[in-house]
Design a protein around this ligand. Sequence first.
Ligand code: CP3
Length: 354
Amino acid sequence: VSANTRPPGPPTQTYDSAFLKACRREPVPHTPVWFMRQAGRSLPEYLKVREGVPMLESCMRPELVTEITLQPVRRHKVDAAIYFSDIVVPLKAIGVDLDIKPGVGPVVAEPIRRREDLARLRDLTPDDVAYVTEAIGALTGELGATPLIGFAGAPFTLASYLVEGGPSRNHENTKALMYGDPGLWADLLDRLADITAAFLKVQIEAGASAVQLFDSWVGALAPDDYRRSVMPASAKVFDAVAGYGVPRIHFGVGTGELLGLMGEAGADVVGVDWRVPLDEAARRVGPGKALQGNLDPAVLFAPREAVEEQAGRVLDAAAGLEGHVFNLGHGVLPTTNPDALTRLVEYVHTRTAR
Ligand code: CP3
């Protein structure tokens, strides 16, 4: 592990939080809750501060990042904040020509498909993302005992956007490269692992208490392909930040068949979508890891009693786990009623109070 410039472990003021205790599989005062995509379009206060500011620009303005990151903590009383950014921010920071198109997602001007294209993926230095260090400095002051989760996109999911040139249903160009030129594929994922590790280190050095690696689209792969073509790069990222002693969370959608391997890649906490009950997920992941999840985000559109019934089922399935962080099985949907989220936090806290 490279020379860390801060002592190992999360910042002391967040050490005893319910969130970090659950990640460490220690007893908790209540089950901690946060929501993937808790900051964003479901909140009117978010839409207000984002008016007229393009998505990527908002990620580079520390005062906006700080405000947007704090909004769901103030409103919902969640147990952790997640740094407001996007998985393509480090790629933009090293000069890749890309944008985030509203209602579409990340779009890359020139897709990466040939060996000479790799030259466009240079190393990321802390100076490339000085706004991240500045925003996290401000945030940790404001958050006090509430932990801040840093995050990055995992090599496969980043590669998918870079190779396809944008969002993709079937990832056909990505898979064509993976199967057709395994050497170039491995080099591409290794480049992305270095960039991702550097970006996570910046966030941890600045004060993040935990990190989450989003491999959102890796559920498109069979286990053998994951093991051979993706796991080495994801493991490299986790290894690179192991020495900091902050929990490492790993999440993807539709990854029921990959949960064991995603834990093996080096995660301390494995995120689970709503398709696999948490007790079954625990059997697949094995001992020594906490789980995060896994209420279907669409459940929040049902009446309150139904939301509580389904959240109760998640908590029942989690009853025997070594450590459980309550979350949705994927991000908050943009048209979710924010009051339903606030009530859900209250419900989980009350039902699990010890
Ligand atoms: O609160 C939080 O969770 C932090 C914010 C966050 C964003 N993106 C902000 C955002 C996080 C954690 C991400 C990660 C991200 N970005 C992932 C992994 C998580 C997941 O959902 O699986 C992925 C795959 C992306 C790529 C991406 N960026 C997509 C698919 C989209 C949505 C496109 C759309 O408009 O529907 C984006 C844009 C984006 N990232 C928005 C936000 C708030 C919406 C843009 C806006 O508000 O104008």
